[in-house]
Structures are given as structure tokens and as C-alpha cells.
Design a protein around this ligand. Structure first.
Ligand SMILES: *[C@@H]1O[C@H](CO)[C@@H](O)[C@H](O)[C@H]1NC(C)=O
Ligand SMILES: *[C@@H]1O[C@H](CO)[C@@H](O)[C@H](O)[C@H]1NC(C)=O
Ligand SMILES: [Zn+2]
Ligand SMILES: [Zn+2]
Length: 384
């Protein structure tokens, strides 16, 4: 029995190796090591898809091909079952519907048998990772951006893992060995004689490996073993219509990268630049309009330009008092939850008085009915 399993394993592994060589290397496509955890795979996928996404490369056949390749590799490596089939049988195994064509008789999933041999998958995928700190970045937006929606390109400088060693600091994965001095524990037990015939045991950090439990034989030539470098990443931030000031836009796990750590989030916080015409309060817009004395007295028709360059009609009949506020329904900001609904626009009128009036006009006005100082109630001053 034992012998036959060994033989069977050998044959299978040989088949495996030849198949894996023939097919596409999903790990290379996503630029991750073979023992990469899901978080790392996800990060690399996101990074690559930002570059190759069809949205950014319309009409570019090569980019679209590459994107499909990346997406396919990602789908397989994020699925424990598919990944383990791929690891063992390569791309071919996935095409054959999960290795069913390999002739395992006698019932039972062949991968169950494998996982017994290899101790339940690779083990590394379940490992818990630490989480790095979030970073908040103010994002200056205009009122036009918030009214119309916008895509803002931001170049974020941050710490990234070394591309060459993926943060291991070693030239190759094989260059990392378990420390012999401490057997990988990072601690050694020391015995000291405290009195004749009396010994005390105590633990000490292993000096051979600095308590890491591992020794790197050859450092990564790219980062000299530092594991990280300064890098940058370009993000396209989508500003949704009606977004608020100080609103948070969260990019999952995009903050500084550290070895064996899930990056924190990058949090963009919108900050609205002051606008020369409009002021926003909630979903409403406020503005001031100047009118001449004649317009204040006789009424007017005017236009002003909305934040999307459409035209707003302003119309008044009769007298408009200084400081009068006209409400224009539906000309405020679009609502974030429903873009076809808007707040209101409040227009405050400020009357520009003439700097001087000639005496003839004054005489005329004094003679003429309603403006004369002692001519009854029609001379209505604004009651403040
Ligand atoms: C980000 O964009 C800038 C210019 O907009 C460019 O110089 C830089 O190479 C880009 N960085 C990446 C990582 O694509
Ligand atoms: C959005 O508002 C419009 C106009 O008030 C309404 O007809 C529509 O049903 C709303 N849509 C949603 C999803 O609430
Ligand atoms: Zn490196
Ligand atoms: Zn050690």
C-alpha cells in the first residue's frame, strides 16, 4: 500500500511539473510569489488592473488582452480550490474540470488525499497578518466637481514592498533558512550557575538571527535587504455628484506597505475650494446678485450661469428691496442619493445705487408723486 502511494505520487508529480511548465504562470502574471497570501494577490491585482483596465486603454487590444490574463489569474488564485488545482496540474488541470481526467479511481476527492500529505493546503494562506496604519489625504475639489461629478487623478507617494523580493529581503526564497542556533524560535535557553550546584534557566533573544528565527543568506540586490522602497501610485478618484465637503473616499488597503502586513486604507477627504459665485450649505446654494436702482424699482429679467454652465433665469416684477432673497426651486446641488433631485438656490439682491443724481432728476422726483418725502405711505422704505 505504502509503496503504491509513493509510486503514484511520483508519477503524478512528474505529470504536474511538465504541465506547469507548459502553461501560463499565474503567479508571474500577478507578480506575486508562489506562497502569496490572498491580501497580497488582491493588492497586486488591483495595482495591475489600474494600469491595464479597459476604461483606461480604450481601443488598445494588447492592454485588453493583458487585462483578461490578469483577471483570469486573479480569479484562479483567489479561489482556494482552483488555486490548489492550478498549483498541482497547471492551467491544463483547470480546463479538465478539476483534474477529473487523471484517473483516480476508488472514490473520494484526490485533493483530499493531497491535503493529507501536505498538511491541509499550504498553511500560509490562513496566516494572520498585521495591519498597517491608515493615511488621510485632503482632496481639494471645486464646487463644479461636486455638482457635475468628476474623476480626479492623484499621485500618492508611499512606501511599497520591493518588487524584486516581494518584501522578503532575500535574493531568492531559497536564500532564507531557519536559524540553526535557535531552531527558528528566535529565543535560546541559557543556563547559568547561580550558586554551587544551582542552575537557573532563562530565555534570551537569539543573537545569530536577532530573534527573527530566520537567516537570509543572500540579500535582495534590488533593495539590499531593506524589503521596502519609496514608490508612488496613481489613483483615479471618482467624485460623485452631490458629494459633501469633508466626505471620506476610502481606498481599501492602499496605504504604506510593510512586510507581512496588510496595508491600511488611504482615506481621501474632500475639501471644497471657495467658489467666486456660489456658497453651498447642505444641498442648497447661495449667491448674491447686483441690480441697478432702476431694476430694483421697475423689475428685471436677467440670467446667471449654473455650475454646469446651464442658464438660470432670474425674473422680478415691481420693486425689489435691498437684500431681498429670491428662492429658485431645484437650482441647488444635486442630491448624492438621487441625482435627479436638487436643493434650492437662494439669490440675494443687492441694489447698486447711483453715485450721484443730477438736480433735475431730483426736482422731478420731488414733484412726482410717490418719491416725495411728505407724500404719503407709498414712500415705503424697507423696514429693517
Ligand atoms: C503617475 O502619473 C505621473 C504623471 O501624471 C507619471 O509621471 C508617473 O509615472 C505615474 N506613476 C505611475 C506609478 O504610473
Ligand atoms: C429620484 O427622484 C426622482 C424625482 O423626484 C424620482 O422620480 C425617482 O423615483 C427617484 N429615484 C430614486 C431611486 O429614489
Ligand atoms: Zn528586495
Ligand atoms: Zn536564531
Amino acid at each position: 500500500m505504502r509503496g503504491s502511494i509513493t509510486w503514484w505520487l511520483l508519477v503524478t508529480l512528474t505529470v504536474l511539473v511538465s504541465m506547469a511548465l507548459a502553461s501560463k504562470d499565474y503567479y508571474k502574471i500577478l507578480d506575486v510569489p508562489r506562497d502569496a497570501q490572498k491580501a497580497q494577490i488582491k493588492r497586486h491585482f488591483k495595482k495591475l488592473s489600474r494600469v491595464y483596465h479597459p476604461d483606461k486603454n480604450s481601443g488598445d487590444e494588447a492592454a485588453s488582452q493583458k487585462f483578461m490574463e490578469i483577471a483570469n489569474a486573479y480569479e484562479v488564485l483567489m479561489d482556494d480550490e482552483k488555486r490548489s488545482i492550478y498549483d498541482r496540474y497547471g492551467e491544463e488541470g483547470l480546463k479538465n474540470g478539476g483534474g477529473g481526467g487523471h484517473g483516480f479511481g476508488g472514490g473520494g476527492d484526490p485533493f483530499d488525499i493531497f491535503s493529507h500529505f501536505f498538511g491541509g493546503g499550504h498553511g500560509h494562506r490562513q496566516a494572520q497578518e498585521k495591519r498597517g496604519p491608515d493615511i488621510a489625504i485632503p482632496l481639494e475639489v471645486t464646487l463644479e466637481d461636486l455638482y457635475n461629478g468628476a474623476v480626479i487623478e492623484v499621485d500618492v507617494s508611499k512606501q511599497v514592498l520591493c518588487d524584486h523580493c516581494h518584501g522578503s529581503g532575500a535574493r531568492r526564497p531559497e536564500d532564507i533558512h531557519t536559524c540553526n542556533t535557535c531552531d527558528g524560535r528566535g529565543m535560546v535557553i541559557k543556563r547559568a550557575q547561580v550558586a554551587p550546584g544551582m542552575f537557573q534557566q532563562f530565555q534570551q533573544q537569539c543573537q545569530a538571527c536577532d530573534g527573527k528565527g530566520k537567516i537570509t543568506e543572500h540579500l535582495c540586490p534590488s533593495c539590499s535587504g531593506h524589503k521596502v522602497r519609496r514608490g508612488n501610485e496613481n489613483y483615479s478618484i471618482h467624485i460623485e455628484r452631490g458629494m459633501n465637503d469633508a466626505q471620506k473616499i476610502i481606498l481599501d488597503e492602499e496605504a504604506d506597505e510593510y512586510p507581512d502586513t496588510i496595508p491600511g486604507n488611504v482615506i481621501f477627504v474632500t475639501r471644497t475650494a471657495p467658489h467666486p459665485v456660489f456658497e453651498r450649505r447642505g444641498n442648497n446654494l447661495y449667491t448674491k446678485q447686483h441690480i441697478t436702482l432702476i431694476e430694483a424699482l421697475a423689475g428685471f429679467k436677467k440670467t446667471m450661469t449654473q455650475l454646469d454652465n446651464s442658464i438660470i433665469e432670474l425674473e422680478r416684477e415691481g420693486v425689489t428691496q435691498y437684500g431681498f432673497v429670491q428662492t429658485i426651486k431645484g437650482q441647488g446641488m444635486p442630491l448624492q442619493e438621487n441625482h435627479s433631485r436638487h436643493g434650492d438656490l437662494f439669490v440675494e439682491y443687492q441694489v447698486i445705487f447711483p453715485t450721484e443724481v443730477d438736480s433735475e432728476t431730483i426736482e422731478y422726483l420731488k414733484k412726482g408723486s410717490t418719491f416725495a418725502p411728505d407724500n404719503g405711505p407709498k414712500l415705503v422704505h424697507q423696514e429693517l
